[in-house]
Design a protein around this ligand. Structure first.
Ligand code: ATP
Ligand code: MG
Length: 228
């Protein structure tokens, strides 16, 4: 099985060498856990390795994303150059149509050699459907189509609960090949960021819950360390 290096510090080690290529991974967490930063860095590291990235932002506008990521990752000094050369693109579709989004991704893969795609977030897509069944069917079709394309996909997902014990599973968890959970763990009067690889089809991986930090030079995952 082919792997790609996520390039996120500590993550490839936890994945036994990297993410299985062309798989679909959900990055799930409650508000502010770092889903957008995490998936954005995945694309940034891809560009550094010669893999173009497309960030489909369904919540924040392109300008807001660029501003927020530029300030969160102030150490990514080549970011503006990546935007200018279109190796790293952020796009916010006008309408929340999954069919249009699929078409956009397809075009970008053939026209701009995109290899990594992020969809932020699935929860926005869910909200655009009135009927749950319709959403499930469309999402299923969407990922069946993505599966035929030569790209690795991360999709963010709003967690049903900030607490590990209370997480429930939904359609998104079943259609995705992998799930990475991000937490804002309460510890006394502060909160600590933590991460776990919950599932990853096709590879063995760490099952530890480990601390991580969002730093100007990128996310740092402390693989092998304990949260408490
Ligand atoms: N420069 C920075 N240094 C450290 N932490 C930062 C910095 N900039 C942002 N953060 C942290 O990152 C968090 C937001 O991260 P991000 O937007 O990736 O989370 P999210 O899970 O996508 O949030 P949302 O649910 O709102 O979409 C902020 O709440 C803040 O705690
Ligand atoms: Mg976000």
């Amino acid at each position: 099985m082919e792997r790609i290096k996520t390039g996120i510090s500590g993550l490839d080690q936890m994945l036994g060498g990297g993410l299985p290529k062309n798989k679909h991974v959900a990055v799930s967490g409650s508000p502010g856990t770092g889903k957008s930063s995490f998936t954005f860095e995945f694309l940034y590291r891809g560009v550094q390795q010669g893999e173009n990235g497309l960030y489909v932002s369904l919540e924040e506008t392109e300008d807001d994303m660029k501003e927020n990521m530029g300030s969160t990752f102030s150490g990514f000094t080549d970011l503006q150059q990546m935007f200018k050369s279109k190796k790293l693109q952020i796009t916010k579709p006008d309408k929340l149509e999954l069919e249009d989004t699929a078409e956009l991704i397809e075009d970008q893969i053939s026209d701009n050699d995109v290899k990594r795609v992020v969809i932020d977030s699935a929860t926005m897509i869910r909200l655009s459907f009135e009927k749950e069944l319709e959403y499930r069917q469309t999402l299923f079709e969407f990922f069946s189509l993505l599966r035929t394309l030569d790209c690795t996909v991360m999709m963010t997902l709003e967690a049903s609960s900030p607490r590990k014990e209370q997480l429930t599973f939904d359609i998104e968890h079943f259609v995705m090949d992998g799930i990475i959970n991000l937490y804002n763990q309460e510890q006394g009067d502060r909160r600590i960021r933590a991460l776990e690889i919950f599932k990853m089809r096709g590879t063995d991986h760490s099952r530890d819950m480990v601390p991580f930090k969002v730093l100007p030079d990128g996310i740092k995952i402390y693989a092998g360390e304990k949260v408490f």
